[in-house]
Write a protein that binds this ligand. Structure first.
Ligand code: DSN
Length: 485
């Protein structure tokens, strides 16, 4: 272990060995006393993130303040409930942390109410779904039968409530067009909870067709109209979506996990900012927002009481150490530097998209308005999985992604998703985006599907395996090394 720590120190530029690094080293030493293999994996991960170019659109580099606020005794405390309303004693310090995190989120986003307990974006979505169901279905039923306490509900009313809760419609963007799996994908609990319907994008433009969506919404009349995405490259007109939602009395929910940092950084303003228009907004805190891994809910006052019941409705104990890190991230995001950073993410994404197109790559929707772009890799005769593997081998980490009407399915896929939040944190500019696009082109042009050597498919071209020209691999690897140092 000593060697690994020595190597960490050796490979860390002196100017970066500040108090944070020293704290990190002390932290790793304590970890190594119990589980050297965990300390080793952390150091390996550090090296990995330093020596490969991080283009995963949903990843970033959080600050040391964010990271170190999570590695402490706060993890030892139970605090089920919410601030000043706990099922456990001794929570005054956690109350202070949660109060601050909520207040900072409200200040940053200008919303009515914030809930900072969700452990992830998926949790945030589940809590938001149940908060809507509670507000719109459960509370009215309780009012109707004249009972306030769920525990005292008669069996037949309880049975009726369960039927009503299980009989609601959700309309969301489909996974293949850029939606998220928690938005009613059949392999996710959201599709099992709701009668789920989906909208896609126009086949030729790759854009949301608002007219078609309007028509679909009026036909389906869902309880929840969900907007937001994991892999859509354009801005969304939330003002228009709210008008549509109001026409059918639907709740407009927006999952801004991917673009929360662009909202916080005032890149998405006016009708492109979901906060004034959506009833409930969910998010993660670790993507463009650059905070700790976790979830967040922002909502109008009407839903605040239900959202605050996230525990016990969906969750158990909150994570006080992560709430502390969220407070820090919201404070970090609420300044001019973060605004510049957020604008630069999009400028870089545009530069990367243009350079990819100049290099002959086909982009879904023809470009980007946000932090990500999607390349259709079919013209190279590759699946997304093969392309992803080839790029990773050369030092570029990004993920394969479905594209609209993808015939390769969500495992192999036909697309690559590229994002600029992490490389922008590293200080890269459009000049580097041009170099990156050149690397991607060279790799894709010099990679071929490989042959399966064993099993019943032996001899056939595989959708998973690839082979990349060695000289290209070496050239790109040394280019990436240069970019990162
Ligand atoms: N896994 C995240 C992403 O990459 O978009 C969403 O959950």
């Amino acid at each position: 272990m000593k060697n690994i720590l020595q190597e960490y120190i050796r490979t860390t530029p002196l100017e970066k060995l500040d108090a944070g690094s020293v704290a990190y080293i002390a932290n790793l030493q304590k970890i190594a006393e119990v589980a050297p293999q965990i300390a080793k994996a952390i150091i390996q991960e550090l090296k990995d993130q330093r020596s490969n170019l991080k283009l995963i659109a949903s990843e970033n580099y959080s600050s040391l303040s964010v990271q170190l606020s999570m590695g402490n005794l706060l993890t030892d405390k139970y605090s089920e409930g919410y601030a000043h309303h706990r099922f456990y004693p001794g929570c005054s310090n956690v109350d202070e942390i949660e109060d601050l995190a909520c207040a900072e989120a409200v200040k940053l986003f200008g919303c009515d109410h914030a809930y900072v307990q969700p452990h992830s974006g998926a949790d945030a979505n589940l809590i938001a779904f149940w908060s809507i169901l509670r507000t719109k279905i459960q509370v009215p039923l309780l009012d109707k039968v004249g009972e306030k306490d769920l525990l005292k509900l008669k069996k037949e009313d309880w049975d009726q409530l369960r039927i009503n809760l299980g009989n609601q419609k959700l309309l969301a963007m489909d996974l293949f067009s850029g939606g998220h799996l928690t938005h009613g994908y059949r392999h996710n609990v959201s599709a099992q909870m709701f009668d789920a319907y989906h909208y896609g994008v126009n086949e030729s433009t790759g854009l949301i067709d608002y007219e078609e969506l309007h028509h679909l919404l009026k036909t389906i009349k869902p309880l929840i109209f969900l907007a937001g995405y994991s892999a859509y490259t354009r801005k969304i007109d939330f003002e228009l979506l709210r008008q549509f939602a109001d026409e059918v009395n639907a709740v407009l929910m927006v999952d801004m996990a991917h673009f929360a940092g662009l909202v916080a950084g005032k890149v998405f303003e006016g009708k492109f900012n979901p906060i004034p228009y959506a009833h409930i907004v969910t998010s993660t805190t670790h993507k463009t927002l650059r905070g700790p891994r976790g979830g967040l809910i922002l909502c109008k006052g009407e839903f605040a009481e239900s959202v605050d019941k996230g525990c016990p409705m969906v969750m158990g104990g909150p994570l006080p150490h992560v709430m502390a890190a969220k407070a820090i991230a919201f404070i970090e995001a609420n300044n001019e530097d973060f605004k510049l950073y957020a604008h630069k993410i999009v400028a870089n994404s545009n530069a990367l998209a243009q350079a990819c197109q100049m290099n002959g790559m086909k982009l879904i929707s023809g470009g980007t308005d946000n932090h990500l772009l999607l390349i259709d890799v079919r013209p190279y005769g590759l699946t997304g999985r093969q392309a992803e593997g080839a790029l990773r081998e050369c030092g570029i980490t990004l993920n394969r992604n479905t594209i609209p009407n993808d015939t390769n399915g969500p495992w192999y896929t036909s697309g690559l998703r590229l994002g600029t939040p992490a490389v922008t944190t590293l200080g890269m500019e459009s000049e580097q985006m041009i170099e990156i696009a050149n690397f991607v082109k060279e790799i894709l042009e010099n990679t071929k599907p490989d042959i399966v050597k064993k099993g019943k498919d032996a001899g056939e071209l595989s959708k998973a395996l690839h082979v990349t020209d060695d000289a290209v691999k070496e050239k790109v690897q040394s280019g990436i090394k240069r970019l990162l140092h």
